[in-house]
Design a protein around this ligand. Structure first.
Ligand code: HAM
Length: 430
């Protein structure tokens, strides 16, 4: 410790845009993750864990070289003679793994491979509420099926999970961004519309016009956004198969009674999408209002060297979801027992008793040095322990201990076996 103000000791802090998730917050995270796992299991999803590091080229190829993510937001560095990137998203990695391990062999149109992941992503964006440089996603990828039912069923799974979490006030917006047949025509129509307006648009939009005009819809400049509000949408130019797919997705969503709006200008910030795209937003979130986003990416597996396997998925931002999760959800599991050691003899006995409680499946703590009774009780209450177990010389001789229910205040004598039973809720004190 430094005693003087001239102390030169550095105060280390978490890197800007990253944060520590402290023990008091973790139960809410675990709650979201556990309900996600349980819910996804019901729908036949299996977890996949890919590395956080990938070859840089993977993202340029899939997310797209002209996207903001690849142009400005990736954490890229060289290690040896390799250029590697901390994943800014995980669809590319999952598809890379899918191809690398030939998972397509068992994924069919009728029985697609349903995968999910939970983990950190990294984007060098300007931090603000709901936007960090390290953030966490729950994501799913359904690989193999081109059916509109894959889109709708996955959205139904999502909607019922959000309902279980009691997240309210959400809006589902959907759109179709067409495919390789109809998008080139739209790109040209958009270019023609943009051309006379280029002088009014920002420098970035002028670059987008040349590189990939659809990306103008990513523009954050207010004046540009207002102008682009009148731009043509792809919905008017969809080819017949894309139109049929989009109509069927909407019909299925209505069948599932999932409310949605069609937003013809939503293109999403990643290049791999084809046909359906969607976002779920909440007005309670402020500027960064997207809780999740996703869509169909039928060309991506091929683009990354695999066979023509269609895909559909989404990713949800856990930090943003937590901002919407009702207060009481995700409470910490209480500690079962605080062992209160009375005197030196009690302390020695408490050490072995605590061990036996733990071996019996009970969560139990005791101080690691002798402490006054009052201090131990205060601590037990602060730790939210369910029971206090008093261990002194007499109790050890009798094999019976004072067991106090800290919720009700009731107290009685109990054996070790009783305590194990009480802690697991099988018997009640009193
Ligand atoms: P995305 O829209 O880039 O899609 O990200 C999905 C979600 O991640 C966002 O809706 C948001 O909740 C969260 N998110 C994104 N950036 C940040 C940030 N800087 N800070 C906090 N949260 C953030 C994808 O990542 C696609 N891979 C989704 C997908 C899966 N599409 C198909 N399959």
């Amino acid at each position: 410790m430094c005693a003087t103000t001239s102390c030169s000791m550095k105060n280390y802090r978490a890197v800007r845009g990253t944060r520590d998730i402290l023990p008091d917050e973790v139960p809410r995270w675990q709650f979201v993750e556990a309900t996600a796992r349980e819910h996804l299991h019901r729908y036949g999803f299996r977890e996949i864990r890919t590395p956080v590091l990938e070859g840089t080229e993977l993202f340029a190829r899939s997310v797209g070289a002209s996207t903001d993510i690849v142009r400005k937001e990736m954490y890229t560095f060289s290690a040896g003679d390799e250029s590697v990137t901390l994943r800014p998203e995980n669809t590319a990695s999952v598809v890379r793994a899918f191809v690398e391990h030939s998972l397509h062999r068992t994924a069919t149109h009728e029985y697609p491979e349903r995968l999910y992941y939970i983990g950190p992503m990294f984007r060098h964006e300007r931090p603000q509420k709901g936007r960090q440089r390290q953030f966490h996603q729950v994501g799913v990828e359904v690989l193999g099926s081109a059916s509109p039912l894959a889109d709708a069923e996955t959205l139904q799974m999502l909607w019922s999970w959000l309902a279980r979490l009691q997240i309210r006030g959400l809006t589902l917006s959907i759109n179709s961004v067409g495919d390789a047949t109809c998008r080139p025509g739209f790109r040209e129509a958009l270019r023609a519309w943009l051309l006379p307006r280029l002088p009014q648009l920002c420098e970035d939009c002028n670059r987008r016009y040349a590189e990939n005009p659809l990306r103008v819809f990513d523009c954050k400049v207010e004046a540009d956004r207002a102008l682009l509000g009148d731009a043509p949408t792809l919905l008017d130019l969809l080819c017949a198969p894309c139109r049929a797919h989009f109509d069927e997705v909407q019909a299925l969503l209505r069948g599932y009674e999932i409310p949605f709006t069609v937003d013809g200008r939503m293109v999403r910030g990643l290049d791999y999408y084809q046909r359906t795209v969607f976002e779920v937003t909440s007005s309670a979130l402020g500027a960064q209002n997207a809780v999740l986003g996703g869509g169909r990416y039928d060309g991506l597996v091929e683009e990354l060297g695999g066979p023509p396997v269609p895909g559909f998925g989404f990713a949800l931002g856990i930090e943003r979801l937590l901002l919407l999760l009702p207060e009481g959800e995700g409470a910490a599991a209480p500690l079962d027992v605080a062992v209160i050691a009375l005197g030196t003899d009690g302390f020695a006995a408490a050490v072995s008793l605590t061990r036996r409680l733990r071996e019996g499946g009970v969560s139990a703590v005791m101080p690691l040095a002798e402490r006054p009774l009052s201090a131990q009780i205060r601590r037990a209450e602060r730790q939210g322990a369910r029971f206090a177990l008093f261990v002194g010389k007499d109790e050890v001789a009798a094999g019976r201990y004072g067991l106090k229910d800290l919720h009700t205040g009731e107290q009685r004598e109990a054996t070790l076996e009783d305590v194990v039973g009480a802690a697991s809720g099988r018997i009640h004190v009193g």
